[in-house]
Design a protein around this ligand. Structure first.
Ligand code: FMN
Length: 541
């Protein structure tokens, strides 16, 4: 007999176990906007050629002295545009698709940007939200409110402007569920990589701060710190003296609410928990964080113990080991402006070899210091960079570890690993066809012990910055790259014993683009074998 009760459990069960290709009904909006606020136009930088410094030099931070004059609105706009704005629109059968300056997993773009500035020529002091769709601002607050952000970051230098990056978690969680939390920070990293390169090319000093008192920023921007939370603060320009101590007046409510970014959101409790554990609550927490992160980038002079090591330096002067110096002028590296505007994720690689000059100059640039406290000299010993080399001139195919201290590659295991690369990269053809695949790893146990959940956020973001630099560098040389997801523990296993204790945090295949530029179906021999074992092969007795 069917009772109301068991009917209801049956229906609920059926609902809970439904499969669906994708649920467009609760897809979050791509853009945050404030319906009642007027858009403020910015200089039309899209119509200009953009920063002309060669991209590799911009990634590396070459280029002489920083600009010391006042920050111009055009420079600020260039930073915003080349970090996060819509750079291309394409009309597809189902509507228009917008592509942005930096790559984002699933094209979901969870990062928002706010600007806090003093008076700039052409822009009144205030707090603004950046709209990447048409590269405009809306004013959320009037007046010079920089003291509040300065206090949150613990740096009272009077930077002309500060960019506050926030993350709207549901945008990524909608597709990637709990794992979406990680994607949010990788995506933040690709935006930050573009920002740092643009800042170098524009000779505008930019400093990233991973440490700040989170709750001081939430009220300021009218966000709750849960569904949208501050994730990175970038100080922009040369300080013009010091701001008064203390945060100043507590900000009131914003004059206007935004559209609802969280409608239909599904609660992913583990991401919520890890996020809740990550804020710095007080200035004492901030001071502890600053102490714990100081000098993170001093990598240890490890490795190279065995006499039989095969080691390939990337550049000269690295502790007695020499290759010809990297000569950027010999490389046809596109200007940064052109590179960002034409960048796109490579959907197919051709299997052709990558020139050694391209590989070594891009990897060297990607591994350089990041202008953030503790990371000035490199990404540090808590992160690792491994490669599967399929086809790079000069290098024997195999598995490599990049040693940041010696700036060189150590061969861990020679061999042909295209099938394995495709498998590790979530059974996708891209890493199988790429010339080389970068695997960024992190020692999450040490990070968790020393820096807690905030350190976890930072590690994911720094991995995204390295990945974003690889993207830009490859594209600038007429090659290609793409971000990629991966089978976590299989990556560690593949690079072990060297990678024992490391966790994979981001993967970037790089190589010669193939045609058509469309994803190729793929199934590796590794998966064929695993599938047959899953069906019982080998268990028959
Ligand atoms: C963190 C991250 C992970 C990504 N993962 C994949 C992936 O697994 N497979 C893939 O084909 N593309 C992947 N991409 C590329 C995105 O799909 C791509 O950036 C997005 O569609 C926007 O297109 P564009 O980069 O060409 O502007 C990834 C990108 C990022 C930043």
């Amino acid at each position: 007999m069917t009772t109301a009760e068991n009917q209801s459990i049956a229906l609920r069960f059926n609902e809970a176990t439904k499969l669906q290709y994708i649920n467009l009904d609760n897809k979050p909006p791509l853009y945050k906007f404030y319906p009642g606020l007027r858009a403020i136009g910015l200089p039309d930088v899209a119509d200009q050629p953009g920063p002309q410094m060669p991209t590799l030099a911009a990634i590396r931070g070459d280029g002489g002295s920083d600009h010391t004059g006042p920050l111009t609105l055009e420079q600020l706009t260039n930073l915003l545009y080349h970090s996060a704005a819509v750079i291309r629109r394409r009309q597809l059968n189902d509507g228009e698709v917008h592509y942005r300056a930096a790559a984002s997993a699933g094209a979901l773009y969870p990062t928002e940007i706010y600007v806090v500035c003093g008076d700039l020529e052409g822009l009144r002091a205030g707090v603004y939200h950046f709209n990447p769709r048409d590269c405009t601002l809306v004013r959320l607050r009037n007046g010079d409110l920089r003291r509040w952000v300065a206090s949150a970051v613990g740096d009272h230098s009077a930077y002309p402007a500060t960019l506050v990056f926030t993350t709207v978690f549901w945008r990524s969680a909608w597709k990637y569920r709990e794992r979406g939390y990680r994607y949010c920070y990788w995506d933040l990293g690709t935006v930050a990589a573009n920002l740092l390169a643009t800042a170098n090319a524009e000779a505008v000093p930019v400093k990233l701060n991973f440490g700040f008192v989170d709750r001081m920023l939430t009220g300021y921007f009218g966000i709750d710190g849960v569904t949208e939370a501050p994730s990175l603060v970038a100080s922009v320009g040369t300080p013009d003296g010091m701001l008064a101590d203390g945060p100043g007046d507590v900000p009131g409510a914003l004059p206007q609410e935004s559209n609802d970014l969280n409608a239909g959101a599904i609660d992913y409790s583990m991401s919520a928990q890890v996020h809740a554990a990550s804020p710095l609550q007080t200035h004492d927490d901030l001071a502890n964080w600053n102490r714990a992160t100081a000098g993170l980038s001093q990598s240890e002079k490890d490795e190279l113990d065995g006499t039989g090591d095969v080691f390939r330096p990337l550049r000269s002067g690295t502790d007695g080991m020499f290759d010809a110096d990297i000569d950027l002028s010999s490389l046809a590296s596109a200007p940064l402006g052109n590179c960002v505007r034409s960048r796109g994720s490579t959907r197919r690689f051709s299997r052709e070899p990558m020139p050694w000059e391209a590989f070594r100059s891009v990897v060297d640039a990607a591994g350089r210091g990041i202008n953030a406290p503790g990371l000035e000299h490199g990404y540090g010993s808590n992160l690792g960079l491994y490669f599967i080399v399929n086809s790079v001139e000069v290098l024997e195919p195999g598995a490599y570890y990049y040693n940041p201290f010696y700036t060189g590659l150590r061969l861990l295991n020679a061999g042909e690993f295209r099938e394995m690369a495709g498998h590790l990269g979530f059974e996708q053809a891209l890493p199988a066809d790429a010339a080389a695949v970068a695997f960024i790893t992190a020692d999450l146990n040490t990070i968790d012990r020393d820096l807690g959940a905030r350190g976890y956020r930072m590690a994911q973001t720094v991995a995204g910055i390295i990945g974003g630099r690889l993207y830009l560098g490859m594209h600038a040389l007429g090659l290609g790259a793409t971000g990629l997801t991966f089978f976590d523990d299989s990556v560690t296993e593949f690079f072990s014993p060297h990678a024992a204790g490391q966790s994979a945090v981001f993967v970037v295949p790089m190589g010669v683009p193939g045609s058509p530029n469309r994803v190729r179906p793929f199934r590796s021999q590794v998966a064929v074998s695993l599938d047959s074992r899953a069906r019982g092969a080998g268990q028959g007795g």
